[in-house]
Design a protein around this ligand. Sequence first.
Ligand SMILES: Cc1cc2nc3c(=O)[nH]c(=O)nc-3n(C[C@H](O)[C@H](O)[C@H](O)COP(=O)(O)OP(=O)(O)OC[C@H]3O[C@@H](n4cnc5c(N)ncnc54)[C@H](O)[C@@H]3O)c2cc1C
Length: 211
Amino acid sequence: MDVHTATVLDRADLGPAVLLRCASIATRDAKPGQYVVIHSDVPNPEKPGQVLKRAWSFARFAADGSFELLFARVAATSGWLAERVPGDTFRFTGPWGRFLLDEGTSPVACFATDTAISPVGALVDAALAAGRPVRLWWQTEQDWLPERIVAWRAAGAVVEVGPDVTPEPDPDARWFLAGDGAAIERMTALLGSVPAERVHVERFFTPRPRA
Ligand SMILES: Cc1cc2nc3c(=O)[nH]c(=O)nc-3n(C[C@H](O)[C@H](O)[C@H](O)COP(=O)(O)OP(=O)(O)OC[C@H]3O[C@@H](n4cnc5c(N)ncnc54)[C@H](O)[C@@H]3O)c2cc1C
């Protein structure tokens, strides 16, 4: 498996999350919805001789070939990534993943929790560029990416943001759900009438059940 290198170009602290703009020659064919597996410098306590590696999705692609990552500070690996500053490099494999926009023309309906707006936002950009009707429900208490919300709405997307937003099932849409595994489970149940092959899921994590 090829391990590539990326350089951090820019960073922004968004409270509990960080936005990094990065460049790598190895991501030039990456698609919206895909992710990379980043190799940190943190030793893996469970695998002697190895480092902690975790997945992060592309949040946005720029015309100059750079890409953005939007990620939550959770524990060791994300904490390490959150400390990267412009000029730093990091190693990764990928792009990976099949959370991809289809080539059809049907409406696109998206649900994301918190930083899962990362792949979902990239898919929204791609769907709007393809002229498809887009609805986005972003379940979050944060006020991240206000300029992107304005741009999505200006491009015709119907966007709802807030802690309690809930999708309205549309059996004709192509569905993309990403983020907290428990929230996705609830939303998938809600979409009961939507054929399974029209529902695409990217689970970021599954919270442990409360003891
Ligand atoms: C395909 C894929 C793409 C992903 N893309 C993104 C992305 O674009 N942005 C992003 O923020 N995350 C993304 N994630 C989640 C990201 O990989 C984890 O947040 C990361 O692994 C955390 O690593 P850690 O070592 O800091 O914490 P870990 O030690 O791996 O996790 C500690 C605990 O936190 C829980 N946890 C993990 N992530 C979160 C979270 N976001 N919120 C609350 N609890 C969490 C885990 O279930 C675990 O119990 C993605 C995950 C996958 C599988």
